[in-house]
Design a protein. Structure first.
Length: 327
């Protein structure tokens, strides 16, 4: 996918990436956020009910191959799974529609997002970076949160440690426009719910976690039985705000069954493939389109710039390996 023609948007994407680099350091070949992760493959089976919502190709097909990546927060590839900063966890799902044709869902385990646009998010990152332990109160982050109630609510929202990444619920923060074959359009947000239900660890259990607990557990679990999630779409009612990720819709909004993903194995070369794959928050398929959420195009630009940097680092790594082998 190409970069957007909007130079201001691309500049903002680069500014945010540079701020992540300042916060977490530069780790060639890894994402600047959600660096630590694991990829699995499996199958998506659409729900019959989803045809009332959209005519998207993966809803009209009997099944679609999927690639899913679980991840920890931060840009630290070696962050321990017990670190509070590893939450919220991420789950990105790629629906492989044909060769080089796909649509993705990008989600995380806290409902919502701390900023409604890129400028606000950059301000949050800069406030965090300027608030070291040596900085007296009120620190820049304290001032930012004091003047941005949505960011404060996100920071204060519970972020429990799941007993397994397969037993947590994930939310795609942005709304999308869904259109069925009758031309009816409704706005909705994805919600990815574990088939076995949510299950979380106590504080004492978290303290004793091994550094790679969640990914070792996930890799072992999938050898015993498939990991299943149900994808649902929370539908907006007329008047609900659809262009602001910081605004929650009431829980009484209708949930439509979209389908089920069944993950069956870890990608054999998961580390290499994670460096290559670039997820896209923009649907780019018939029947599902962007809302007016300003973060969607920005996130797509950030993911693309980050992905190109990651792939370039992988090429340099391969060239270094070849040079070393020739000596």
């Amino acid at each position: 996918m190409p970069l957007p023609n909007d130079e201001r948007l691309v500049a903002l994407a680069n500014d945010i990436l540079l701020q992540f680099d300042q916060l977490f350091g530069v780790h060639p070949g890894y994402r600047p956020a959600h660096a630590k992760g694991l990829m699995l493959i499996g199958t998506f089976t659409p729900a019959t009910q989803a045809r009332s919502l959209t005519m998207a190709p993966h809803i009209l097909s009997a099944s679609t191959a999927v690639t899913a990546r679980f991840s920890n927060s931060t840009g630290l590839p070696e962050i321990p799974d017990s670190a509070p900063e590893s939450n919220p966890r991420g789950l990105a799902i790629r629906f492989n529609l044909a060769e080089h044709v796909h649509t993705d869902i990008v989600s995380h385990s806290t409902n919502g997002f701390p900023a409604r646009n890129g400028e606000e998010f950059l301000g949050l990152l800069r406030a965090i970076a300027a608030s070291g332990s040596e900085v007296p109160s009120p620190k820049p982050i304290e001032q930012f949160l004091g003047s941005h109630p949505a960011a404060l609510a996100f920071v204060q929202a519970p972020k429990p440690f799941p007993s397994s990444l397969a037993s947590d619920t994930y939310f795609a923060p942005s709304a999308y426009s869904f259109t069925n074959d009758g031309g009816e359009t409704r706005f909705g947000r994805y919600r990815i719910v574990p088939e076995e239900g949510n299950d979380y660890l106590s504080d004492s259990e978290v303290i004793g976690l091994a550094a790679n607990y969640h990914y070792d557990e996930l890799a072992e679990r999938v050898t015993i039985q498939p990991i299943r999630f149900h994808i649902r779409v929370q539908l907006a009612k007329p008047g609900d705000i659809t262009d602001d990720v910081t605004v929650h819709w009431p829980e009484d909004r209708e949930l439509v069954d979209f389908g089920t993903i069944e993950l069956t194995e870890v990608v054999p070369d998961s580390v290499v493939q994670q460096k290559h794959i670039i997820f896209d928050p923009i649907p780019r398929v018939e029947g599902i389109a962007n809302s007016a959420d300003p973060l969607l195009e920005l996130r797509a630009a950030i993911y693309l710039v980050s992905g190109r940097r990651r792939r370039a680092a992988r090429v340099q790594e391969q060239e270094s390996e070849l040079t070393a082998g020739a000596v």
